[in-house]
Design a protein around this ligand. Structure first.
Ligand code: NAD
Ligand code: MG
Length: 406
């Protein structure tokens, strides 16, 4: 396959079978003159990846396991495709850093996405960052790799994309020098915004995944229901926009039409609005600084009629409190917060623990005071692994206690 003509950008879509991956492929499909799919990756949903490969004919495909790679390679060859199938984290890094790649959509969920985001940064790529966990875990490292290697980091998270659109371009040294008082990070409040603590104790994974405004992957849906998502986003905002935690204020806005705001010292408040559809931030970041159509329905303000704003309740939504405290503590805390949360959410989805156990487990693991070096990827991964082990130990203890009670 020859190099794309200069105006056509080669994109690697990491996490192609997910919610963001599918919205990305939708936008790419609307602009075949501008974008070409260079690589597609999936973890276990091999049949879905095969369908996407037949549709987009990428140069590379990456799956989680070698045995799956061999099967997919055989199927694609039989269908007459020249796609090369790779496996595992190394394959992800290869398609993130490949010399022919112009942009990388980082849409793997969780810590599993960290290494490939870092590989894209070190290779100086344009990174379209949906994988917020990578920034939460290794913000300092990732931001310095981006600077050092001339990469570009464009936020896909709708709130951060909104903030990026409302900020002046020269915020890299901090918000105060450019006249910004604070960032107002909006949150929908999720499906349990009005639930009492007693009700939260009883919620099921299906209820937690039924988000009122957005259709997303399971992990981020649970994070939205617990408001951990907003906590992770606060940490993400601090790294992206050189902000201190106290410069980011969370506001609940149930309609999810204002995606976030920037408050300037002269009293001006700039907001970015739009229908809740991830194709808007995806198209914005893909084309930046130009604008392209995304397929999103125009906003109808009269149909919307009203917009509400409410302060978050940090007692009922303890995950948000824990994330704010971790942002203030810095160091290993955000890594521990993220790792314990991933274990807790997976256990909740398996119906092993209650929804209200999620913040309890995270707080207990945070209180262990795990420390380590955060100035290398190896150090970050070590802290992540330690926190996961402690979270697993917490789960074991919990199930023994629950067993004794039964
Ligand atoms: P999803 O669960 O729908 O998709 C996740 C993707 O990651 C899948 O393609 C899956 O194959 C891949 N994946 C999972 N585990 C993997 C592993 N161990 N190794 C390699 N690949 C793996 O998730 P999503 O909702 O698309 O979210 C993706 C990321 O984008 C998350 O970090 C999320 O926080 C962020 N994000 C999502 C939305 C949204 O609207 N969905 C909005 C903002 C940010
Ligand atoms: Mg978001």
């Amino acid at each position: 396959m020859s190099r794309a003509s200069p105006q056509v950008q080669n994109i690697s879509v990491l996490g192609a079978t997910g919610s963001i991956g599918s919205s990305t492929l939708d936008v790419i499909g609307q602009h075949p003159d501008r974008y070409r799919v260079f690589a597609l990756t999936a973890h276990t949903r091999i049949d879905e990846l095969k369908t996407l490969c037949l549709q987009h004919r990428p140069r590379f495909a990456v799956v989680g396991e070698e045995s799956h790679a061999q099967r997919l390679q055989g199927d694609l060859r039989a269908a007459g495709l020249a796609t090369v199938v790779l496996a595992g984290p190394q394959g992800l890094c290869e398609v993130a850093a490949h010399p022919q790649v112009d942009a990388v959509m980082a849409a793997i969920v969780g810590a599993a996405g960290l290494e490939s985001v870092m590989a894209a940064a070190v290779a100086g790529k344009k990174i379209l960052l949906a994988n917020k966990e990578a920034l939460v875990m290794s913000g300092a490292l990732l931001m310095s790799a981006v600077r050092e290697h001339g990469a570009q980091l464009l936020p896909i998270d709708s709130e951060h994309n909104a903030i990026f659109q409302c900020l002046p371009c020269n915020y890299a040294e901090g918000l105060a020098p450019v006249g910004v008082r604070r960032i107002l990070l909006t949150a929908s409040g999720g499906p349990f915004r009005k639930s009492s603590y007693a009700e939260l104790e009883q919620v099921t994974p299906a209820q937690a995944c039924a988000h009122p405004n957005w259709s997303m992957g399971q992990k981020i849906s649970v994070d939205s229901a617990s408001m951990m998502n907003k906590g992770l986003e606060l940490i993400e905002a601090c790294w992206l926009f050189a902000a201190r935690p106290e410069q980011v204020e969370v506001v609940i806005h149930p309609q999810s039409v204002i995606h976030s705001l920037v408050d300037y010292v002269d009293g001006s408040v700039l907001a970015q609005l739009g229908n809740p559809d991830m194709r808007t931030p995806i198209a914005h970041a893909m084309a930046w600084p130009e604008r392209i159509a995304s397929g999103v329905t125009p906003l109808d303000l009269c149909a919307l009629a009203r917009m509400d704003f409410i302060a978050p309740d940090l007692q009922r939504f303890a995950c948000l409190r824990l994330a704010i405290e971790s942002a203030q503590a810095g160091g290993a805390a955000p890594i521990v917060l993220n790792a314990a949360n991933e274990i807790a959410v997976a256990a909740f989805l398996r119906e092993q623990i209650r929804f209200t156990h999620i913040p309890q487990m995270i707080e207990d693991v945070l209180n262990l005071g795990i420390q380590g070096q955060i100035d290398s990827l190896g150090g970050v991964v070590e802290i992540d692994q330690q926190a996961r082990q402690q979270a697993q130990a917490w789960l074991k203890k919990q199930s023994i206690t629950a067993g004794k009670r039964a």
